[in-house]
Ligand binder design. Structure first.
Ligand code: HEM
Length: 504
């Protein structure tokens, strides 16, 4: 049978959605709207709801709707119903005041058929972060080496790709202590497998528009997803076995423990309050790879792009590093807390370019939000892209102005923001909030800040477009679900301070 294209599949979904909703409607007497005081939204068409309105990037589509209908809107795509939140105050209400009620995630369309893809749990381990600084230093060294090589040949380098390899190597080594950092192919194989598995699982979510017929989504895409999951299972199972063989040996020495060692300890500990199953270990690893690699790499890519387009900011970051570090050594993780302007740049990037800008949650029980009813099990999408460009909260919300994060006690407004910034960085919704807030936030900062600092300290960058040197980076956003650059950032680097000469 010839393979169906995505367009054919979407069309088929659409037709099935149309027919199935007709059937469901004919059996049901009343819709939710008659029972509940739901948030406002555009007038839905019969059956398909708002499907015909969708444009990409999705976060910008929702942002436009929110300027017309307000910070909380109700949308319906076939049988799938969503509430979109676009203001920081409502997001904060979800993350803080009603954290427990909104702590679940919407399930994948066919979660019962995919074991690891469907489950996940919270993780946080600050000590492991400290213990793993050597892994990050080693990863950064390989990255800088690659840039120096390109610079010496005056060869353009795909910065986006190199950053992705860097974060992938760091996560691989921290999680599994495999030879990923010395063997790029192994890390790349792992990254591709995880990426394919996740993309396939995302396609399955389209089935949500079919309501009770969502299993049809599995019928079209599920086989490939199951195959990918099996391959991931095989790869991780091998790594688990290698770790189990070494467990005895390692327990007698004080060797560095990677994440799998720690998870296996929890798996084998009979006294443990919470006993981890093998499947939970695997799904956790999948979470870490999916959530931890592209996010940090893409954020760093946005950072370099904004810095190239704002030479004055670039110069200021460099001057700050030079005055603290001088030119005889490479900037280090431990310097970051003494570089306030660099920190302000990182926060401004996270405000303007939040990766995963639509945070999915589900409410466990019937709730009220801003006076509206939120029926139990409704999918909520928190649009951090819109919330962090809210003109009521930020001056010149679309401008790259790191100074806004430099805390001065001059004005009342700044002081109010200072209060908010302390603790959980509440202004920055980029990492979500409450009990499901990103557990990798600190790791992300520890990876991104020294890398960006080293890129500024050691190199000048000229962007390349269609093979030619240009002055400005094209900041177009890819028309998809995530806030990533349309094109990978390619630059010619020129060495200003050779990092290899000053790494101890
Ligand atoms: C710039 C980098 C990153 C950004 C912008 C980011 C953003 C996010 C966001 C928005 C969420 C959802 C939070 C919520 O629902 O409230 C999340 C969840 C998560 N992140 Fe990150 N993240 C980043 C880096 C990382 C890293 C480095 C790791 C780990 C290696 C990681 C692991 C996770 C995991 C496991 C979850 C799921 C938590 C759960 O469902 O309970 N993230 N991240």
């Amino acid at each position: 049978m010839p393979k169906m294209t995505d367009i054919q599949c979407y069309s088929m979904f659409f037709i099935i959605s149309f027919v199935s909703t007709l059937v469901i409607r004919s059996f049901s007497k009343k819709t939710n709207r008659t029972h509940f005081h739901l948030p406002p939204g555009p007038r839905p068409l019969p059956i398909i709801g708002h499907l015909q309105l969708i444009t990409f990037p999705l976060d910008q589509f929702y942002q436009k709707l929110s300027t017309k209908y307000g910070p909380i809107i109700y949308l319906q795509f076939g049988a799938s119903k969503q509430i979109i939140i676009s203001s920081a105050s409502l997001a904060t209400e979800i993350f803080k005041t009603q954290d427990l009620a909104f702590a679940s995630r919407p399930p994948f369309a066919v979660e019962d058929r995919l074991t690891f893809i469907a489950s996940s749990f919270l993780y946080s381990d600050p000590q492991a972060l400290e213990a793993s600084s050597g892994v990050r230093r080693q990863g950064l060294r390989s990255f800088l080496q690659k840039i120096v090589e390109s610079a010496s040949l005056l060869k353009p380098v795909d910065v986006g790709l190199e950053l992705l390899k860097l974060t992938n190597n760091i996560i691989c080594t921290m999680a599994m202590n495999t030879n990923c950092s010395s063997n790029d192919d192994e890390a790349e194989k792992c990254r591709k497998l995880v990426q394919e598995t996740f993309e396939q699982a995302l396609k399955l979510t389209i089935g949500d528009v079919l309501g009770p017929f969502k299993w049809l989504g599995f019928w079209i895409y599920g086989k490939q997803a199951v195959n990918l999951e099996r391959r991931f299972d095989g790869m991780v199972e091998n790594i688990l076995k290698q770790h189990e063989e070494k467990r005895e040996e390692n327990s007698k020495t004080s060797q560095y423990k990677d994440l799998i060692d720690v998870l296996l300890e929890m798996h084998y500990d009979n006294q443990a309050e919470f006993k981890l199953t093998r499947t939970q270990i695997k799904s956790f690893l999948l979470d870490i790879f999916v959530a931890g690699t592209d996010t940090s790499a893409n954020t760093m890519q946005w950072t370099l792009a904004e810095l190239i387009n704002h030479p004055k900011v670039f110069k200021k970051v460099r001057e700050e590093i030079d005055s603290l570090v001088g030119n005889s050594r490479l900037v280090e993780e431990s310097d970051i807390s003494s570089l306030p302007y660099l920190q302000a740049v990182m926060k401004e990037i996270l405000r303007l370019h939040p990766l995963g800008s639509l945070i999915p949650r589900k409410c466990r029980e019937h709730c009220k939000l801003d006076g509206f009813d939120i029926p139990k099990n409704t999918t909520i999408l928190i649009n951090t892209y819109a919330a962090m460009r809210d003109p009521n909260l930020w001056d010149d919300p679309n401008e790259f102005k790191p100074e806004r994060f430099l805390i001065s006690k001059d004005t009342e407004k700044t002081l109010a923001r200072q209060d908010q910034m302390e603790g959980q960085l509440l202004d920055l919704l980029t990492f979500g909030g409450g009990r499901r807030r990103c557990p990798g936030m600190m790791l992300a900062f520890h990876t991104m800040s020294p890398t960006v600092a080293a890129m500024v300290q050691c190199f000048d960058w000229t962007p390349i477009e269609e093979g030619r040197e240009v002055d400005v980076v094209n900041m177009e956003v890819r028309k998809g679900l995530n806030h990533v650059m349309e094109q990978s950032l390619v630059c010619t680097p020129r060495v200003r301070l050779n990092p290899l000469d000053c790494i101890a």
